[in-house]
Write a protein that binds this ligand. Structure first.
Ligand code: OOG
Ligand code: NI
Length: 273
């Protein structure tokens, strides 16, 4: 599988979960813009065959290199940024939940999911859009995880797939600022994550970012209860050059901390939807 095929399949899985992304993508294309991905992001548990260290070899085999580590103490997450083998390919942001920092009850719930993973499912890069590698948890388990970690609850029902794609605003001509991009997205009737402000970061930190509020889909929990849950979101990023004229390649932890909240059900409420 070429990297191009990898990202094409990752995109197909993502838009099936996130129809808003296809709409946004098509709307910018219709306005004559070229869409290049700044980065894609994945979430995982730091347990068993899907921990970051076990997934990373798939990225390295595609020619990606580890760039910088990030820590999110309050959210109990760690992450790495990865650089692509060529600059027409997206960077990758891969985070994992530090399960040891959750209650023993939550850890037991997560381990019960991890135990169901068949090792052959993690051997190929397709694992990165395999979705849930375990049976649907109960709504009670989901809520129990939600009380401790929105990330854990999300991951327990969504599984492994692109959590978001990110449009490179640098490649846009007409919509050349984050504000213009976000206004266009809102014109399509799609909500913006305003945790930490609509635009996170600044030219001073060499990265500006904004994102939608995650799409929603009905999900059937174990036992048959169906609830509407947040799926995945779309992000927009504009990078700046440093004093040496180099385009910034990293992420910004303070901004990322708020971008994570794009899948937060509470975010939906504060945005008045
Ligand atoms: C990742 C959030 C961080 C960024 O660009 O800073 C991020 C996530 O929601 O899993 O994507
Ligand atoms: Ni991102």
């Amino acid at each position: 599988m070429t990297n191009q095929e990898f990202f094409a399949q990752l995109w197909d899985d993502y838009v099936a979960m996130t129809p808003q992304a296809q709409r946004i993508h098509d709307a910018f294309l219709a306005d004559g813009e070229t869409i290049i991905n700044d980065h894609v992001a994945f979430r995982t548990f730091d347990r068993g065959p899907i921990r970051l260290e076990a997934l990373e070899p798939h990225l390295l085999a595609m020619g990606y290199t580890r760039f910088a580590p990030y820590e999110f103490a309050a959210k109990k997450l760690r992450a790495f940024g990865y650089l692509p083998p060529s600059d027409d390919q997206p960077r990758v942001f891969l985070s994992e939940l530090k399960c040891d920092e959750l209650s023993t009850q939550a850890q037991a719930s997560i381990d019960a999911l991890i135990e169901q993973i068949a090792p052959q499912h993690v051997a190929s890069p397709e694992v990165l859009w395999a979705g849930r590698l375990w049976a649907a948890p109960s709504f009670e388990t989901y809520q129990q995880l939600m009380a401790e970690s929105e990330y854990a609850a999300w991951l327990s029902i969504i599984g492994l797939r692109a959590n978001h794609f990110t449009i490179s605003v640098n490649r846009f001509t007409q919509y050349d600022t984050l504000e213009k991009v976000l206004a266009k997205v809102e014109d399509l009737g799609i909500g913006i994550n305003d945790a930490g402000g609509r635009i996170k970061g600044s030219p001073e930190v060499l990265l500006e970012q904004g994102s939608t509020l995650a799409d929603r889909q009905p999900f059937t929990f174990a036992g048959g209860q169906t609830e509407e849950i947040p799926t995945c979101y779309y992000e927009f990023a504009k990078r700046y050059h440093d004093d040496d004229g180099q385009l910034y390649q990293g992420f910004v932890a303070a901004s990322a901390d708020k971008i994570f909240e794009s899948t937060d059900v509470r975010g939906e409420r504060s945005a008045g939807r």
